[in-house]
Write a protein that binds this ligand. Structure first.
Ligand code: GLU
Length: 301
């Protein structure tokens, strides 16, 4: 049921974005570059207090927090060269977490994470949280904490608009498919569909490879691909049904006691008080993607 909903949502999104003929999901969304945002701004808790010795207490005391997000994925996590702050569903979720720690958006330090450095950035405390289209997996949970999910999507394919040879993952055998090193996406096409993978650092690099004809397709989560297709609907299209389930989680350092409970409580609250929906409406929703069903959170370990 969940997969079906996501499927419909992503297809609808691609269609809506294509019709609109604009990449609104990736625009800077009224951010005036002053470090704050005119868009989504959740209410900041005045007197946030946490048990002594916890990472939450330290962050609240410091009054600042470091959050790793993507900078090149319109609608999910995107920062233009001229803007100080990223926009998208993931940064919005970061603002919700920060607000519950008593930290306003202009005290968040946004750090660009690529797929391959998410675990090390959490392990060596380069960032406090990773909110970066970061699927929850058992393998990742061996080395980092992942709370959630706060969003569920599924892997799809992006191809040239005039290509009718690739319509789903079964057409990928022997094809050159671009994806990102350290992602679940590259593993899935290589291991399950016999594609010849081309691994890059970012999906935007993959999109460039596709546009120059160096690869036959790009693969990753439908919600990410919809953003790229919307930016260039004459050249690119998303094809086929989702062929995986990607449950986006919030990454944290595994040693941070009580962090999972804090994140889950914050997510539950945001599901209930409308902030999660507002965060979505301000980002992926603007690109025409339907609000998904509220996800069910995994219990904390
Ligand atoms: N959600 C998938 C993952 O975490 C693909 C997207 C990404 O690489 O950020 O690997």
């Amino acid at each position: 049921m969940k997969i079906r909903r996501t499927k419909i949502a992503v297809i609808a999104a691609a269609a809506a974005l294509t019709l609109a003929g604009c990449g609104d999901a990736g625009n800077d969304d009224g951010d005036n570059g002053d470090g704050g945002s005119d868009g989504f701004s959740p209410e900041v808790v005045e007197d946030a207090s946490f048990d002594d010795g916890t990472r939450m207490a330290e962050i609240a005391k410091d009054g600042k927090v470091k959050i790793g997000v993507k900078f090149d994925q319109p609608g999910i996590g995107f920062k233009s060269a001229t803007s100080d702050t990223p926009t998208g569903f993931d940064p919005n979720m970061g603002k919700i977490l920060a607000a519950k720690l008593g930290i306003p958006a202009d005290k968040i330090e946004w750090v660009e994470t690529i797929s391959d450095n998410r675990e090390p950035f959490l392990q060596n405390n380069t960032v406090d949280f990773v909110i970066a289209s970061y699927s929850i997996t058992d393998e990742r949970r061996q080395v980092v904490g992942q709370a959630g999910p706060y969003y569920v999507t599924g892997q799809q394919l992006l191809v040239a608009a005039d290509d009718d040879s690739i319509n789903g993952p079964d057409d990928l055998k022997g094809k050159k498919v671009c994806s990102v090193t350290g992602s679940t996406s590259i593993k899935t096409v290589e291991e399950q569909y016999g594609a010849t993978p081309a691994g890059f650092d970012t999906y935007s690099e993959c999109v460039e490879q596709l546009k120059t004809g160096s690869v036959d397709a790009v693969t990753t989560d439908g919600a990410i691909l919809a953003g790229y297709a919307a930016e260039d609907p004459d050249a690119l299209k998303v094809v086929g049904e989702p062929f995986s389930e990607e449950r986006y989680g919030i990454g944290y350092n595994k040693d941070a006691a009580g962090m999972c409970e804090f994140i889950n409580t914050t997510l539950e609250g945001a599901f209930e008080d409308g902030e999660w929906e507002a965060a979505f409406d301000d980002s992926l929703g603007k690109g025409g993607i339907d609000l998904p069903e509220t996800p069910t959170l995994d219990p904390c370990p």
